[in-house]
Design a protein around this ligand. Structure first.
Ligand SMILES: Nc1ncnc2c1ncn2[C@@H]1O[C@H](COP(=O)(O)OP(=O)(O)O)[C@@H](O)[C@H]1O
Ligand SMILES: O=C(CO)[C@@H](O)[C@H](O)COP(=O)(O)O
Length: 476
C-alpha cells in the first residue's frame, strides 16, 4: 500500500480514543487502535485532557500507520470545556458534556436572553451540556481558576492544537458551545458569561486545513491535519449522510439527528440546532443515559444485556446521570408499575425502552427542524456501540415503527474524520468520500408496528413523575 494513500481518522469520545487507518481509494480499514479514558464519578463529570493526548498517541500508534499516514483528522466529544494556561497546560480537568452541575447557569442564560431569541441566534436553547453554561459555572464556582485561563478549547480543538500549534476549530463543534451562531461568535453572550473572545480559536471554513503536524508528536512532522469536528458531525460525514436520512447513535450518549435543509431554531430546546461540518445543519436531540444506563441496570439485575423479555407494563426512566432530553438535570432513575408478576427480563427491557423513548419521540421534531418531511420512509441508520446489540435493535424497531439499517462499518466518527483527512488530499467534499467508501451499507431490518402503548406508558409516567424528577412547576 502506497503510504500517500492512507489517512488516519480519530474519535476522541467520552470513554475512549479510537483511531482508524483508512485506504483513501477503497475505504478499507488497514489498522485500528484504541485507548481508554477516565471520567470522574460523583456529582460532576470531568476528564484530564492530558490523558486524551496520551490516549491519542496510543490509539494512532495502534493503527500501525502513525509514521506513514498522509493526513489526519480528529473528531471529538462535543461541548467539553478545556481551559488552558499560558504554557498550554490544562488549568483544571475538562468539564464534560454530561456534567449537569452547570444546569443553573444554563437556566440563567435562557432566562436572561429568552429561549426564542437564543435559539434564533445560536440555533439552540442551552442546557447544562453547552460550553457556555460550563464557563459560567467555572466563573461562579472557581473564579481563581477562571482567571488563570488564557485559552478555551473544545476537546477536538485541544488535540488539533497539540498536533499543529494552531488555535483553530470548525463550525460543527463551535455550534455546540452556545456562543456561536451563523454570524460567528456571539459577543453579547460571551460578555454575559465573562469570556473574552480573544481566548477562543478561529473557526475555519469547511474543508480547510488546520495546519501541519509539528515536531515531537506521535505523527510524522509535516503531515496535513484537517479541521476535525464534533463527534456527531463526524459520524454524519462518516455515513455520507444526505438531507432527511435519520441517524440514531447508541453510545455513552444517545443521539438522533439528520442533515437539514433549513437552519434549525427549536425554542422548546428538544432539538439542538447544530451546524454540520460542511456548511449545512445538523438538528440533533441528545440523551445523557444510553448504553451505560442500560448496562448498569443489566448488572444490577444480574442478567446479560440480551436477556430481555416481552410483556408487562413496568416503566423504567433510566436517568441515572440526570437527563438532558427531557431537560431534567436533577432527575434520577425511576421504576414505576412494578407488579408481583414483573420478571427481571421485563424490567431490563423497560430500561431499553426508557432510554430509547426520548430519542425516538424527538425524531419527528429533528426532521421538521431540518425542513424535512417526517413522514418519509427513509430507514433509520443505527450506529454506535449499542447498534450491534440485538435487544437494542429490537427496541428501536418496536418504538420507531421505521425500517432500521445497521451499517457494517463500525467507528463511524473515526471514519468521518478519516474522510475529512482524505478530502484534504483529493479535493472532494468529505461526505462524498464516505459515499464512495460505501460506509452506510448494511442489512435493513423490516419495520414493525410502532408500540404506541409502551410509548404512551412512558410518556405518562414522565408527566406524572414531574416534581419527583425536578421538572419546573409549569411542566407538571
Ligand atoms: N453488543 C452490544 N450491545 C449493547 N451495548 C453495547 C454492545 N457493544 C458495546 N455496547 C455499549 O456501547 C458503549 C460504547 O459505545 P461507543 O459508541 O463506542 O461509545 P462512545 O459514546 O464513548 O463513543 C458501551 O457503553 C457499551 O456498553
Ligand atoms: O453532547 C453530545 C451531543 O450534543 C454527545 O453526543 C457528545 O458529543 C458525546 O458523545 P459520545 O462520547 O457519546 O460519542
Amino acid at each position: 500500500m502506497a503510504e500517500n494513500r492512507v489517512v488516519i481518522g480519530v474519535d476522541s469520545s467520552t470513554q475512549s480514543t479510537k483511531a482508524l487507518a483508512v485506504d483513501i481509494d477503497t475505504g478499507a480499514v488497514l489498522g485500528q487502535g484504541r485507548a481508554p479514558h477516565t471520567v470522574s464519578p460523583g456529582a460532576g463529570r470531568e476528564s484530564d485532557p492530558e490523558q486524551w493526548w496520551e490516549a491519542f498517541g496510543k490509539a494512532v500508534a495502534g493503527t500501525g500507520w502513525a509514521d506513514r499516514a498522509a493526513a489526519v483528522s480528529i473528531g471529538g466529544q462535543q461541548h467539553g470545556l478545556v481551559t488552558l494556561d499560558a504554557s498550554g497546560a490544562p488549568v483544571r480537568p475538562a468539564l464534560l458534556w454530561n456534567d449537569v452541575r452547570s444546569a443553573p447557569q444554563a437556566a440563567e442564560l435562557r432566562a436572561a436572553i429568552g429561549a426564542e431569541e437564543i435559539a434564533r441566534r445560536t440555533g439552540s436553547v442551552p442546557t447544562a451540556a453547552f460550553t457556555a453554561a460550563k464557563w459560567a459555572w467555572l466563573r461562579a464556582n472557581e473564579p481563581a481558576a477562571a482567571d488563570r485561563v488564557t485559552a478555551v478549547r473544545l476537546p477536538h480543538d485541544f488535540l488539533t492544537e497539540r498536533l499543529t500549534g494552531e488555535a483553530v476549530t470548525d463550525r460543527g463543534d463551535a455550534s455546540g458551545t452556545g456562543w456561536w451562531g451563523p454570524d460567528g461568535y456571539d459577543r453579547d453572550i460571551l460578555a454575559r458569561i465573562g469570556l473574552d473572545p480573544a481566548l477562543l480559536p478561529e473557526v475555519l471554513a469547511p474543508g480547510a486545513r488546520a495546519g501541519l503536524v509539528g515536531a515531537g508528536t506521535p505523527l510524522r512532522p509535516g503531515t496535513p491535519v484537517a479541521t476535525g469536528t464534533g463527534d456527531n458531525m463526524a459520524a454524519a460525514l462518516g455515513l455520507g449522510l444526505r438531507p432527511g436520512q435519520p441517524v440514531l447513535s447508541l453510545g455513552t450518549s444517545g443521539t438522533v439527528y439528520a442533515v437539514g435543509r433549513a437552519t434549525p431554531a427549536d425554542p422548546s430546546g428538544t432539538v439542538a440546532g447544530f451546524a454540520d461540518a460542511l456548511g449545512g445543519w445538523l438538528p440533533l436531540a441528545c440523551t445523557l443515559n444510553c448504553t451505560l444506563a442500560v448496562d448498569r441496570l443489566s448488572a444490577l439485575l444480574g442478567r446479560g444485556r440480551e436477556e430481555v423479555e416481552d410483556g408487562g407494563t413496568v416503566v423504567v426512566l433510566p436517568y441515572l446521570d440526570g437527563e438532558r432530553t427531557p431537560d431534567l438535570p436533577g432527575a434520577s432513575g425511576l421504576i414505576h408499575g412494578l407488579r408481583h408478576d414483573t420478571t427481571p427480563g421485563q424490567l431490563l427491557q423497560a430500561a431499553y425502552d426508557g432510554a430509547a423513548h426520548a430519542l425516538l419521540t424527538a425524531l419527528d421534531v429533528v426532521l421538521r427542524e431540518g425542513g424535512v418531511d417526517p413522514a418519509g420512509d427513509e430507514p433509520l441508520l443505527l450506529i454506535g456501540g449499542g447498534a450491534r446489540g440485538q435487544a437494542w435493535q429490537r427496541t428501536v424497531l418496536r418504538l420507531s415503527g421505521r425500517a432500521v439499517q445497521v451499517p457494517e462499518a463500525q467507528e463511524l466518527v473515526a471514519l468521518g474524520a478519516a474522510a475529512q483527512a482524505a478530502a484534504l488530499l483529493t479535493g472532494e467534499p468529505a461526505d462524498e468520500v464516505a459515499r464512495r467508501w460505501r460506509t452506510a451499507e448494511g442489512p435493513v431490518l423490516a419495520p414493525v408496528a410502532r408500540d404506541e402503548a409502551a410509548l404512551e406508558r412512558i410518556g405518562d409516567t414522565l408527566r406524572r413523575a414531574g416534581a419527583l424528577q425536578g421538572a419546573p412547576a409549569e411542566d407538571q
